[in-house]
Each structure stands twice: as C-alpha cells, then as structure tokens.
Design a protein around this ligand. Structure first.
Ligand code: HEC
Length: 131
C-alpha cells in the first residue's frame, strides 16, 4: 500500500515537472501567439495580431537566456548556443519591427516581420533537430 502511494506521488511529481518545463511552456505560448498573429493578418483583425504579439513576446522571454537554451541543445550542437541565442534575439527584434509597423499602419511590412519571426523559429529548430 505504501509503495503504491509512493509510486503515485512520484508519477504526479514527474507530471508536474514536465508541465513546468520552461522550454515546453515557452514553445506552447509562442505557438499560440504565432497562430493568432497569422489569423490576425489573414482576417485583417488587428486586435488578434496584437494579442498574438504579446504572447510571442512572453514566450520568447522565457527562452532567451543562452544558458537555458544550451541545456536543450543536443551534445553535438552545444557549440551552436550563440546561433540559437541569436534566433531568440531576432524574434525580439522582429516583434519590435512588427509593432512599429502596426503603429504606422504599414501592414505589409508588419506581415514581413511576422514571416521573419517564423524563419527564426525554424533556424533554431534546425539546430535542435538536425534538419
Ligand atoms: C532558441 C531556440 C528556439 C527558438 C528560437 C524557437 N524554438 Fe521552438 N523549440 C526549441 C527546442 C529546443 C524545442 C524542443 C526540441 C524539439 O522539439 O525538437 C522546441 C520545440 C518547439 C515545439 C514543440 C514543443 C514540444 O513540447 O515538443 C513548438 C510547437 C515550438 N518549438 C514552437 C516554436 C515557435 C512558434 C517559435 C518561434 C516563435 C520557436 N519555437 C522558436 C527551441 C527553439
């Protein structure tokens, strides 16, 4: 009986640890944000673009520290931590560009900043996933 309780407690702990994983949290927030931005541009819904941008900003800030990023790189890619970190910096910069262009109603340029953000996602994923 005791052993069962310990096992249940241990599995709950593992589940909680996974849910709190900073990478998974960051990625799921950014994924949601990017989806909203895309929907916003496709449907000409400014509010959705702004909401999505806030989400990507939040998610990116969770996964922008080189030490944190490095923990998630495979052993043979640790030396590319700088390049991975640059992808996160590029996202932060694109968010600024996107917001500035929204302010001046330069929607084509804002949409281009969104595309560049998506490329930055892929540029880090390509390192992590050996694409
Ligand atoms: C600095 C590196 C980096 C950047 C930038 C980055 N990611 Fe990730 N992403 C990772 C890592 C590491 C993983 C986990 C390994 C894997 O899935 O291959 C991951 C996985 C994911 C996953 C799968 C989540 C999971 O739980 O397995 C999604 C979705 C995702 N990223 C979305 C995004 C989006 C959207 C962006 C851009 C806005 C982005 N990522 C930018 C590093 C990054």
């Amino acid at each position: 009986m005791k052993l069962v309780k310990i096992l249940v407690a241990a599995s709950l702990f593992v589940a909680a640890a996974n849910a709190n994983d900073v990478m998974q949290k960051s990625m799921s927030i950014m994924e949601k944000g990017m989806t909203q931005i895309q929907q916003g541009f496709l449907n000409n819904n400014l509010e959705l673009i702004k909401q999505g941008t806030e989400l990507v900003k939040e998610g990116n800030s969770l996964f922008s520290d080189k030490k944190v990023i490095s923990q998630y790189l495979p052993e043979n890619k640790k030396h590319m931590a700088n390049v991975a970190e640059n992808a996160s910096k590029r996202i932060a910069l694109d968010i600024n560009v996107l917001e500035l262009n929204l302010d001046t109603k330069s929607y084509v340029n804002a949409a281009n900043a969104y595309s560049d953000m998506l490329n930055a996602c892929s540029s880090c994923h390509s390192i992590v996933r050996n694409w």
